[in-house]
Structure formats: structure tokens, C-alpha cells
Design a protein around this ligand. Sequence first.
Ligand SMILES: [Zn+2]
Length: 316
Amino acid sequence: MKLPASIDFVERGWLSANMVLLGGDLRGPLVVDTGYVTHAPQSLALVAQHLARAGHEAPRALLNTHLHSDHCGGNGALQARHGSPVWMPPGEFEAAKAWDESRLSFDDTGQQCARFVPHEQLLPGQQIEHGPCRWDVHAAPGHDPASVILFEPRQGILISADALWEKGFGIVFPELAPGPALGAAFTEVERTLDLIQALQPALVLPGHGAQFTETRTALMEARSRLAYFRAEPIRHALHAAKALVMYHLLEWRERSWEALGTWIESTPVQQRLRALAGAPDESMDAQAWTRTLVESLCKSGQLQVDAQTVRLKQQA
Ligand SMILES: [Zn+2]
């Protein structure tokens, strides 16, 4: 199936989550997710292009599927330019309103986000009438407890955020929260996959990577990945630690060993991951942990190093 002409799906690099622009409504487009803060100029340009083509002045609203830095980093700039309201899931609504960084994820993951003002909550069960479409809001906990996904039942289009990608799903962050990991969030990932299976989407617009129609294959792959993590949760912790280092390098392109080590040491989630995945090896101090992660990412061809620096591997 093809995407209707009124919908723009913008696949972006991994630092910024994909953006979906839902047109076809006289009130202006809905912009679903706005990228990472350092890509805000690109997010502004993408929205401006869509507005010019559709003959609109401003978006009707900015929607966030969840409040990770790669999904809401352009909110501040878009709000400043267009005065658009932000709709977001209820879980972190009050924290975002007060901009209480201790209750938002950015400090914990060592990432950045520009402040914005949320206006309305996207409540699971709610329906959003927009142009020819009706988008159902579904709760999709697992990757993030507050995340929602959006489904258009008549056309069978799912905006799946980080709950389902063509290959896998996002880090299961609640499993990395302070305190003992209990596996409860893995069960939520499974329930969310069950929900997506029941919706039977004909086309999925994921938070990262390409759009896809082979939902069955993607679900099978996600379930086998989940089983692999569940069998040995340390695998998930190690995967998360490496994914967060890669994300940091996507932001910086290149860092000295010292700066990377300092970042890892001062980032709370990385400290918990060292305790989870580096234990019980007592020699695993922050420096040794940094080297372990970087070596593994070099082996898989994602990073390259010399005596002073760690950088993204240049693609040939
Ligand atoms: Zn996310």
C-alpha cells in the first residue's frame, strides 16, 4: 500500500527520530515528532517545505509520541517560529510543563533538549479527527512507559514510534531504571507487540528507519529479539550501553577518549549499566568500561579509534 498524498513521512538519520506530517486539514498539518535539538534548523526547514506546499501558515499542533530527546528536540524552535501548541502523552506532561529535569529523561541519558511548553495531553483511547483521517491514540508502554502510538483504522496506517521498527524496537528504558530490574517492562513490550498485531496495520511509519508493510515479519523479528533479551537481561543492558554511546557519537561525531570517559562517568544511566553489565568484574572502572564498549563497537564496524580519539566509522 502507498502512503496517501496528504501524509509526508520523513525518514531521518538516527540522531533525529523520523517526522510525520499529517496534512489534508484546513487547520494546518499535525507534525508528529520533531527530531533532536541540534537538528532543529532541519526540522524547521522540513515543516516550512510542507507548509509552503500545502498553502498553510502554521501547523495545527506538534505531537510527541513520547518525550525522548530525539522525538521532541525541535518542539522549542517550532513553537518559537509558529506558536504551535504541543500535544503529548500524559505520563510526563506535568514534568514538561514545569520543565523539571529530574523527572525528564535528558539528564539521565546525558542528552539535551530545548525547553518547550506542552498544551494538551494525548490520552490513550482518544480519537483525533484530522482532514480525511481519524487517528486513534493507543498506549504503547515498554520502550517508554508513557509512549503512545497512533493508528488510522480505515487506511491501516500505524505511527509506531519506538515500539516497533522494521528491525526490532527501542531500548527498554524502564529495565534500566534505578533499583532491581524486574523484567516487567519486557512484558509491556510484549503486550504492545500484541496490540500492534491485533491492529493489523497495512503500513507502519516507525520512529526510526524506513516505512514498511511487512508487519508480520517485523513482529516476528521483534519477538525473537525480545526473547533473546529476556533470556539474559544482561544482553539488553550491554546493547543499551552501546546504543547510548553510539547516540552520543552521532551527536558529537568525534570525542577524545578522555571526554567520552568523562561523559560516561557523569551520565547516570551509564553508571547503572556499568553496574548491571560490567558486574561482577570489579576491575571494571569507568575507564575500563568505556574501553570495553568502544572496542565492541569497533569490532562491529561502527566506530574507529586512534590513541587520542574515538569517532564514527566513515562509511566507504
Ligand atoms: Zn524513544
